[in-house]
Design a protein around this ligand. Structure first.
Ligand SMILES: [Zn+2]
Length: 365
């Protein structure tokens, strides 16, 4: 972690170091009041993410829930406990899902049905979640997926693995649950008044298309979902469903947007890892992390390369098929931003994978 030395900088431009007021997440099913009127809970995850954070916001006569955990049995049981021990006899007045990933919306349908409470999401996240829930989002094992992975240089065996993995999502708890047939739309700049606290909606993009964060300016608290995590670098991928997308541009622009909006003394309550201070330092670190990745690609592509061969350059470890899918999507995301910046060019080949080549100084001017 790069910490900017306060010794070498004027005090007003020195960034706050990343720090964690709590050293451990609450036991699943129990809660900690992490700020006045805000309860912090953790729900289990099967992967290296370990846990997802869920927050309860106190309102007059009830609670608002921010994100839910997965749709699996284990999480359902924990919610039964939270509802009987913490929420009841009050009710759930609103459910907010920051974005459409299954660990954030897994129980949204069940809980909103139980309490007849509204679901608040951004429009793109809501409709994308519904498309996946209806299983119309599978672009992995048809010709669209095939073309995407072949263009990236992946072989037929890998394609078969990806198709199988998608079909078995239910077994690894990553299936998309059904959602209510209606929702309340949140947009960037909206304000929600919850228990006398005003929460401004700030939208980022890149990890997911229209990710909502909630910011209370008065108390300097940010519920950041997966938009800003203190340790994990959120996955930013190009997918087969939109093969020319440029999510890394959205991601980098979002970091700049949050730098302009969020003061450095803000307490960040993220979707994974521990609540932390040091938001500006973290945003600068994330920008630098991706710039470094793009420098590696630029150097390596002086000899033209296919996307698949960028993986060992960017990811210095063995990857299983699922990790490979995310790593490939992320490698292509970096490549697409470099293409837009003009430092890289795509060489398309008939019935063969695309090549990427770094432009010379003359070519890029
Ligand atoms: Zn996510």
């Amino acid at each position: 972690m790069v910490i900017i030395s306060r010794m070498n900088m004027p005090i007003d431009t020195a960034l706050r170091e990343i720090s964690y007021p709590q050293q451990k997440e609450p036991e699943p099913g129990s809660s900690v009041e992490i700020a006045p009127g805000i309860l912090w809970l953790s729900m289990p995850m099967p992967s290296s993410l370990a846990f997802i954070n869920v927050y309860l916001l106190r309102d007059n006569g009830g609670w608002w829930i921010v994100d839910t955990g997965l749709s699996d049995q284990k999480t359902s049981k924990l919610w039964e406990r939270v509802i009987s021990e913490t929420i009841k006899p009050d009710s759930v007045k609103g459910m907010i899902c920051t974005h459409m990933h299954p660990d954030h919306i897994g129980q949204a349908g069940v809980i909103t049905e139980l309490f007849r409470s509204d679901l608040f999401m951004t429009r793109t996240e809501y409709y994308q979640a519904r498309a996946f829930a209806n299983n119309t989002g599978n672009s992995h094992s048809n010709w669209i997926g095939q073309s995407f992975y072949e263009k990236a240089g992946m072989d037929k065996d890998y394609l078969a693995q990806v198709g199988k993995m998608w079909a078995n999502r239910k077994e690894d708890s990553m299936s998309m649950p059904g959602l209510p047939s209606g929702y309340e739309r949140m947009e960037d700049g909206d304000t929600l008044d919850i228990g006398g606290r005003k929460w401004q909606i700030i939208v980022g993009s890149g990890h997911s298309p229209e990710h909502a964060c909630l910011y209370c300016e008065e108390d300097r608290i940010l519920l950041s979902g997966d938009q800003i995590l203190p340790v994990i670098t959120s996955n930013v991928s190009v997918h087969a469903s939109e093969p020319r997308a440029n999510p890394m541009k959205n991601w980098m622009d979002s970091h700049e947007y949050f730098l302009s909006k969020i003061p450095d003394d803000t307490f960040v309550l993220p979707g994974h890892n521990l609540p932390f201070f040091g938001v500006k330092q973290r945003l600068h670190d994330l920008i630098e992390h991706h710039e470094e990745r793009m420098r590696l690609i630029t150097d390596y592509c002086e000899t033209p390369q296919i996307a698949k061969d960028l993986l060992p350059i960017l990811f210095n470890r063995a990857l299983d098929p699922r990790q490979t899918m995310m790593a490939l999507g992320e490698a292509i995301a970096h490549v697409h931003l470099l293409l837009e910046r003009g430092g890289l060019e795509r060489i398309t080949r008939e019935n063969d994978s695309d090549l990427f080549k770094t432009k010379t100084a003359e070519e890029s001017s």
